[in-house]
Design a protein around this ligand. Structure first.
Ligand SMILES: Cc1ncc(COP(=O)(O)O)c(C=O)c1O
Length: 368
């Protein structure tokens, strides 16, 4: 028998496909199209293909090399760079993104120059600052900004958008969604524009979507976490009918011994430059895993069995195995949050294992 390899991440494509299909249907019922965000899976073509096969034809990523990867894997979709381009990557953005999100005139001028010299036009969505204070043009400056952009022959404004609950944790609500809609109407009228994309936010917009009586002009949401992990992102509550366990992380035990729970000797700094503190819990079974913070965001892992992560260095993670009689060679499985999925999918040291089926029990949970 071929031994299984750890560390590995197991990615259940059938579960992701199901989530994509349900969310496309749900948001589509009020005229909202989904842009599937692939950065959490490092632009995995396998995952992107499930998005496309289940109704998501617009794919967004914040990393241009991920867009290039999907492009080269033959994924048939419209590709969006969901981050304002860096001046150093304008040629790549022109080559691999059909649309990019933008907030800076210098960058847009550079995109226009590259597109013009290729006898082409690059499409842009202007991001509006609505309180979360990451990217965005202040609403008070948008008229002036659009006036400038309209002088540039190599770019076409195809939409406006806003982002929430990413940097400042600000919630998309009736007030800011209405403001975005009003801004869209005003800009279309003032500049005789047609804006096919009014992109209201991300997985944090789920509660607004469910409760609002009027989605206004918002006709697009950019969803990553809710498709991949089946949760909204204001409180990380599971979305009914979705799988929350499409990803599992598996690591291997390389040492298991009964030892004290508190390090002894003079305490100085650890490998992260921090002075650690540990709870006294007597002698415990300490399991060491062949994985560390160079491979995975350890704080985003939750053991599936009753064990506790005590800490990690770059290449070791130490567990309190509690009542589990861990042995060298055993595999330990974890569920992952979005940050942990993102770190593992980007790590060259972690094997990616794709699973294409559901168990009979999981199959019976699906209601269409
Ligand atoms: C601009 C932008 N839109 C959408 C998303 C997707 O967010 P979420 O995974 O919460 O749906 C992100 C983050 O990945 C983003 O940076």
């Amino acid at each position: 028998m071929i031994p299984s390899i750890a560390p590995r991440i197991e990615i259940n494509l059938a579960k992701i496909a199901h989530n994509a299909k349900i969310l496309s249907k749900l948001f589509g019922s009020k005229g909202i199209q989904i842009m599937g965000i692939t950065k959490g899976v490092c632009g995995s073509p396998e995952v992107a293909r499930e998005f496309v096969n289940n109704g998501i034809h617009l794919l967004g990523d914040s990393n241009i090399t991920n867009l290039k990867k999907m492009h080269e894997a033959g994924i048939k979709a419209e590709f969006v760079l969901v981050r304002t381009p860096a001046l150093s990557e304008i040629e790549l953005v022109f080559s691999y993104a059909d649309i990019s999100l933008n907030t800076e005139l210098t960058v847009i001028k550079s995109l226009s120059d590259v597109a013009t010299s290729n006898n082409s036009v690059h499409k842009i969505i202007l991001m509006i600052e609505m309180g979360d204070l990451r990217e965005g043009i202040m609403p008070a400056n948008i008229v002036e900004f659009i006036q400038e952009v309209l002088h540039l022959p190599g770019v076409k404004i195809v939409g406006i958008g806003a982002n929430f609950a990413c940097f400042g944790g600000i919630k998309p609500d009736e007030e800011n969604m209405k403001l975005l809609s009003e801004l869209a109407i005003a800009m279309e009228k003032r500049f005789s524009l047609s804006l096919p994309y009014i992109s209201g936010g991300n997985s944090a917009n789920y509660n607004w979507f469910l409760t609002t009586k009027n989605t206004g002009q918002v006709n697009n949401l950019r969803l990553g976490e809710s498709i991949l992990l089946g949760r909204e992102t204001l409180n990380r509550i599971a979305i009914p009918g979705l799988f929350t366990d499409a990803f599992s992380f598996i690591s291997e035990v390389i040492e298991s011994k009964i030892k004290p729970s508190v390090p002894y000797g003079e305490i100085t700094q650890n490998s992260l430059g921090q002075t650690p503190h540990f709870k006294e819990r007597g002698n415990i079974r300490r399991g060491i895993l062949k994985v560390g913070f160079q491979d995975v965001l350890v704080s985003g892992l939750t053991p599936k069995l009753d064990m506790e992560i005590l800490g990690s260095s770059s290449d070791h993670t130490v567990l309190d195995a509690k009542k589990v009689n861990l042995q060298v060679g055993d595999e330990v499985a974890f569920s992952l949050n979005y940050g942990a999925v993102l770190s593992v999918m980007s790590s060259p040291n972690v094997l990616k294992k794709y699973i294409h089926t559901l168990s009979a029990n999981e199959q019976s949970q699906i209601q269409f």
